[in-house]
Design a protein around this ligand. Structure first.
Ligand code: PMM
Length: 306
């Protein structure tokens, strides 16, 4: 279910203000939180968060994504003051060091302060639903904006995980978000979309979305895919015989999923392990280059090419 007025004939391969490495971008995750699901508490003070951000950039992250509020299922929201205090000094220091930094927030005041501190992208897991002021804030800041598919706050999201056809439902709900964001002044050439893996979705739905990125890409917007260490990866490892693998043991599997996402046309992958993610998207780029050389690769549909 696509809106022809919003659909572009070609998905952009570059976005103004972001690095242009000629392959899928790698966004390194920096959770300056005490309670994120896989790295909570590791970077909760400013010095360790800044050092980790510099390390992610040195490992090859094209963007370092700074977040100050955990979004794991069941997480309680933090106050605005606390989120600002956790993130802004980190964003400012990383930006000062020349790192391309993004802010992972649902709150317009945090987005505004982060852009003032040097953030070059706003990553909003609610796609503008959590804070009605987000659209006008992003429009005024004129920075790239990630609108993720989201249905409800973390405390309630597991109660909103029912879909008919998950691909068409997510497509339709993102189209509705796009309409509202652009009506409120957000420049469509600044928007990235994200299927929101793990957010109000059970593992099998995440796999379906990942397998049908091409359908989402038909909206004509660059896609960000955030699969890193998520439950659906743990579930696939367990059913494949690896048993229960805790989140921090899922980085190799995450890299495999990043390669699949990049081959499926993702513009950017969001990962904890940047080195593995970068290797994965480089392999995808090499593979795609050979797909372009005219011979149909075994097992890969032409529609997978970005
Ligand atoms: N996932 C998390 C946080 N932020 N942002 C985007 N755009 N997409 C995601 O899938 C996403 C996100 C949750 O993971 P984390 O707690 O490991 O950061």
């Amino acid at each position: 279910m696509q809106d022809p007025a919003l659909r572009r004939s070609r998905t952009p391969t570059e976005l103004q203000g972001l690095p242009r490495p000629g392959r899928c971008l790698v966004m390194g995750i920096l959770n300056a939180t005490p309670d994120s699901f896989s790295d909570g508490g590791l970077y909760a003070d400013h010095r360790s968060a800044i050092d980790r951000g510099l390390q992610l950039a040195a490992q090859g992250a094209d963007i370092v994504d700074v977040g100050g509020e955990s979004t794991r299922p069941g997480a309680r929201p933090v106050g605005l003051e606390e989120e600002l205090a956790r993130t802004i000094p980190v964003v400012r220091e990383l930006a000062r060091a020349g790192v391309c930094t993004s802010i992972d927030t649902m709150h317009a005041p945090v987005a505004r302060a982060a852009v003032e501190a040097g953030a070059r992208l706003v990553n909003d897991i609610s796609g503008g639903l959590a804070d009605p002021a987000m659209a006008s804030t992003v429009a005024a800041a004129d920075v790239p904006y990630v609108a993720m598919h989201w249905r409800a706050p973390s405390l309630e999201m597991d109660r909103h995980a029912d879909y008919g056809d998950v691909v068409s439902d997510v497509n339709a709900e993102l189209t509705c978000r796009l309409r509202q964001l652009t009506d409120q002044g957000v420049d469509p050439t600044r928007i990235l979309l994200d299927p929101g893996l793990g957010f109000a979705k059970r593992p099998e739905r995440d796999w379906t979305l990942l397998a049908h990125l091409g359908s989402l890409r038909q909206l004509g917007f660059p896609l960000l895919v955030g699969a890193s260490r998520k439950r659906f990866i743990g579930a696939a490892l367990a059913s494949g015989g690896a048993g229960e693998v805790p989140p921090r043991g899922r980085d190799m599997a995450t890299a495999a999923v990043c390669a699949l996402a990049a081959v499926g046309g993702a513009f950017c992958v969001r990962v904890h392990d940047v080195r593995a993610g970068l290797d994965a998207v480089c392999m995808a780029a090499a593979y795609l280059e050979h797909c372009d050389r005219g011979r149909q690769p075994v097992g890969a549909g032409r529609e997978l090419r970005p």
